[in-house]
Design a protein around this ligand. Structure first.
Ligand code: NAP
Length: 490
């Protein structure tokens, strides 16, 4: 991005919504481009998004740390191959401070209204602050609205109960009878993070998950020093990890018959069969669908932890929640002091419940009445100069979301540049292009591993994966430059 002075053009204003990974990235890149006329609106009092909100014991990222970093900010100090959540939160805070963008964030400012009127976006926060911007970049994340299960008696529980993304650190779990509902990535990490502390751990599994084993070594002081001494090592490691993820995973999940996905399945099967000793438990933990159909769980020690004497896998269906604990359909009452709901997120909300109206007062809620959609996960017909990072149907199950945002942002900036340079006032994708894209996407998604017979948050209400169904190379090519014929320039 060239500087504002170098490029001349209109002094346009940007409003960025959300100060998580993608919002901080946007602030850094806008500032680097010499654009200072912007505000990042953040509903909370701290940046960090998912890493601020998820603080449960055991939290970490199962994307390797040296890849789960901004490409332009390698971090020689990652403690582990897969680092804990608190370290990732600190990383984002440190990067924001280093690039001096924390000052651009207006904290405690949840946007409640965002309306396109007379060629500009009017925004309003919950506390009544208003702003007008030429461009809106919604960096509001994918997994940030907790999903609470509909289980009879949920409110009757007499102990402490909370969602995994709303961990109550005032509640001690030491020596308690502790329950977790769910068996996804979050619940498995919680099991590994709590089993040592609690008297009794009960994991309530509705559907077993395939677990991909991963060692998680610490980085030695010598390794960290070497990363600091030679600035070429970490970019090379980043590229190597990114290439490995594409070759072994990203390009494999889109083809359910690929040899790589069959290898993933074989590794998961062997992991289960070699790690779980009690045959009855092994069968309870064995999924009946193919590995990577649901989002793979990656863990070093989940199987070891669930086999501890104080841990129990409860696979009987939950009948109801009672004041003393959980009653399963076999009539057994599992008495609990603390119950955590690791039951996932409402993944079709995106920026909502914000009241967003595009051209002619059209409500986003109406456009997305059936399900959310977007061209290339970035832009919606009828919503000019409004862009999303990691919006609907993007590569959520394919590659690192940081890499995705880093590719999407320059694409968005090229569209914004059309307005900044005076070529037009409004940029919006045409309805017919967005419709054809979606048709092609739906067709391609049918070949992916995600449609091979499981229920998962990757599937929309039609059972179609809400994800990118093509190769990484195609994504990179699409992101290299917008096809201007796809857009209406007014
Ligand atoms: P999730 O994958 O959606 O899992 C929710 C779990 O709750 C499932 O096991 C689900 O069972 C269960 N559940 C939901 N409603 C239930 C009910 N009424 N009764 C019983 N069980 C119920 O959510 P998550 O584990 O929070 O993970 C969400 C995503 O966050 C992951 O897929 C991943 O993308 C991301 N994540 C990433 C990391 C990381 O290390 N990078 C860590 C954690 C999370 P069913 O399977 O039967 O539906």
């Amino acid at each position: 991005m060239a500087t504002e002075q170098a490029m001349g053009g209109r002094d346009v204003r940007f409003a960025v919504i959300g100060a998580g990974m993608a919002g901080v990235l946007t602030a850094i890149k806008l500032q680097e481009a010499g654009i200072t006329n912007f505000t990042v609106y953040e509903k909370a009092d701290k940046l960090g998004g998912t890493w601020r909100e998820n603080t449960y014991p055991g939290i970490g990222c199962d994307v390797p740390s040296h890849l789960y970093s901004y490409s332009f900010e390698p971090n020689p100090d990652w403690s582990h191959r897969f680092s804990p959540g608190a370290e990732i939160q600190t990383y984002f805070e440190d990067v924001a401070a280093k690039h001096d963008v924390t000052k651009t964030i207006r904290f405690g400012s949840a946007i409640v209204r965002c309306e396109f009127n007379d060629g500009r976006w009017e925004l309003e926060t919950a506390d009544g602050h208003t702003d007008t911007a030429d461009f809106v970049i919604a960096a509001t994340g994918v997994l940030h609205h907790p999903k609470y299960p509909e289980i009879e008696g949920l409110d009757s529980f007499a102990g402490d109960i909370f969602h995994s993304a709303r961990w109550d650190h005032d509640v001690s779990i030491e020596g308690k009878r502790f329950g977790v509902i769910g068996s996804g990535s979050t619940a498995t990490q919680i099991v590994t993070g709590t089993v040592d502390a609690v008297a009794k751990l009960s994991m309530f599994q509705r559907t077993p998950q395939w677990i991909m084993p991963q060692e998680n070594p610490v980085y030695s002081d010598e390794e960290k020093q070497a990363y600091r001494d030679d600035p070429e090592i970490l970019p090379a490691l980043y590229q190597q990890l990114a290439d490995g993820m594409v070759a072994n995973f990203a390009n494999a999940v889109i083809d359910s018959e690929s040899p790589q996905i069959k290898m993933v399945e074989e590794i998961c099967r062997q992991n289960l069969e070699s790690s779980v000793h009690d045959p009855a438990l092994l069968e309870k933990l064995r999924p009946t669908y193919r590995a990577a159909c649901k989002r793979l769980v990656i863990s070093t020690n989940f199987y070891e932890c669930i086999q501890r004497p104080n841990a129990e896998l409860v696979s009987e269906e939950i009948e109801r929640i009672e004041p003393e604990g959980i009653r399963t359909v076999d009539g057994r009452l599992h008495e609990l002091d603390v119950l955590v709901l690791a039951t996932g997120f409402k993944v079709d909300a995106f920026m909502r419940p914000m009241n967003i109206r595009g051209r002619d007062g059209v409500k986003l809620d109406d456009v997305w009445r059936d399900r959310p959609g977007a061209y290339l996960s970035i832009t919606i017909p009828g919503f000019p100069n409004f862009f999303m990072l990691n919006g609907p149907n993007g590569p959520v199950g394919n590659f690192s979301l940081i890499e995705v945002a880093e590719m999407q942002l320059p694409y968005i900036m090229q569209l914004a540049e059309l307005v900044r340079s005076g070529q037009c006032n409004e940029v919006s994708v045409s309805q017919s292009v967005a419709d054809s894209f979606e048709e092609e996407r739906v067709e391609a998604a049918k070949n992916s591993i995600w449609t091979t017979g499981c229920n998962s948050w990757y599937l929309d209400d039609r059972g179609i994966p809400a994800s990118w169904p093509w190769t990484f190379d195609r994504f990179r090519e699409e992101m290299a430059a917008p096809k201007l014929e796809a857009f209406e320039l007014v």
